[in-house]
Design a protein. Sequence first.
Length: 102
Amino acid sequence: MNESNPDLDHVDVTYVANLARIELSAEETEKFQKELDTVVAYIHQLNELDLDGIEPMSHPHPRENVLREDVPMEGPDRELMLANAPARVQDLIRVPQMMEDA
């Protein structure tokens, strides 16, 4: 496959495997080449469809974010939360050290 002018009727699975740094056996190469040729043929079949007047969409069903109204509320009781902490230092939750000193 020529990088500057790719052949859109045939994509070489060996070339693609080389780009992906994947080693394929002869049997895998033959199997995947047939599958890739089927996919490319299907894409060509889709390209023959008349799509004039059809707007592109990101999803076949309309999607909307369903969000509740942002209403300020009282937070949980601080002492109750600190009572559940495995370790505490004054009014803070003590956690294991994540980084070593340099």
